[in-house]
Ligand binder design. Sequence first.
Ligand code: NAD
Length: 478
Amino acid sequence: MNIDQNLISRITAEVMARVQQQGNHGSGNSGIFNTIDEAVSAAHTAQKQLRKLTIEKREGLISAMREAAYASAAMLAEMAVQESGMGRVSDKVLKNQLAARNTPGTEDLRTEAWSGDTGLTLIEMGPFGVIGAITPTTNPSETVISNCIGMIAAGNSVVFSPHPTAKNTSLTAIRLLNEAIIKAGGPANLLTAVAEPSLAATNAMMVHPQINMLVATGGPAVVKAVMSSGKKAIGAGAGNPPVIVDESANIERAARDIMAGCSFDNNLPCIAEKEAIVVSAVADRLITFMQKYGGYLISGQDIERLERVILTEKEELAASGCTEKPKKTFGVNKNFVGKDAKYIIKQIGIDVPDDIRVIICETAADHPFVLEELMMPVLPVIRVRNVEEAIQLAVSVEHGNRHTAVMHSQSVDNLTRFAKAVETTIFVKNAPSYAGIGVGGEGFTTFTIAGPTGEGLTSARSFTRQRRCVLVDALSIV
Ligand code: NAD
């Protein structure tokens, strides 16, 4: 893919300047408002107008959104990296394009029917109304594009609550998509947000009586918040995807795929490989091949130095009182989330070539690099004696998120055993994790993967209400 970085940077700078200058404030049709009340009320009116349009017209609006999103994929990618300081532009371009092209539209909606002696009964997928969608900093435009297509295809309007640290990117995506809808003859304000997103604004949105459904894409706190809201909620939460390599795997291919998946957008995706668990008989070969495919191996004191850079540490007193020794707990230093491997390793005084994409290190199973969702291209590798041990450990470090797991193996038996044990929403076999969202794997794309509430990979139908329509003694023609 040829991307003129200079041109994109210039356009991004101009867009950012325009957004700052306008203070993000709503100009007529942008969908951006000063208050939550205004944003919800405008979206409510727009949804009523959308209901009056035919499905064909709705599909026309979706095509216009797809085109606008695809055309702006590079600009939004550049903007996201500049604003959030996270990720890789070329990977984000691909993610935006994928969201634009591969998110299902109205074809995802299905009607079920029963016909018989007493007539015809239909189950149709109707809209919820106005959806409140909360989006993460890690996919600030991808989630907006994908949510917009799916939610509008289902007949809803959307009030977005973007993450404040990537607000300009998310708000720009919302503006562009609104403009495309209006140009295609659709109503203004199908997509709205407030100019200054904040936790307070999100909380106000969640309790607003005209918000009919909540969809949260983010970490555990926001998923818990929407699930406790008393409204219909979809929660797409955190992951910590393990990848297992057993002795039957094609080891070179496994190493190549793990490096590719782990380094995609600098490990920001919730589906990206976060720890590799390897049967020791093949561990040395796997690590050697990982180095061939962009991995840089560190050991000993370098690992300790890296811990001091990318982890935060705090001491907590045990609940029973202060007589016990404080317990150390670790967190992730946000300054390194989504950064390049080269930049991260430079912090411990090591210079590597530009083609190094992942820092790899062997650790114990209970190391914080394994247990924390690092979201940076640092991959701990853990040796285990056999596949049973690998599966047990992988299930434990996935923390019950039931999000994503990957396995490299030629044994159908082992693949089946792991898939059954880990119970994740996405299980990828013999490929990079991103095959699970339609990159080099079959199937549609979404950036809202709802493990906690069970919708799985969300699409238009996830944002609908099932409605039964019964006609007695007629229209059954058999
Ligand atoms: P985050 O949880 O910090 O923020 C996500 C969104 O929730 C933001 O808009 C934020 O403002 C809001 N938020 C956070 N806490 C809240 C609270 N208590 N009440 C109301 N709103 C709140 O997450 P992030 O750093 O932006 O994104 C990374 C996290 O999201 C990772 O854990 C990653 O695994 C997860 N994620 C999951 C998916 C998925 O589809 N399952 C997709 C992308 C990211």
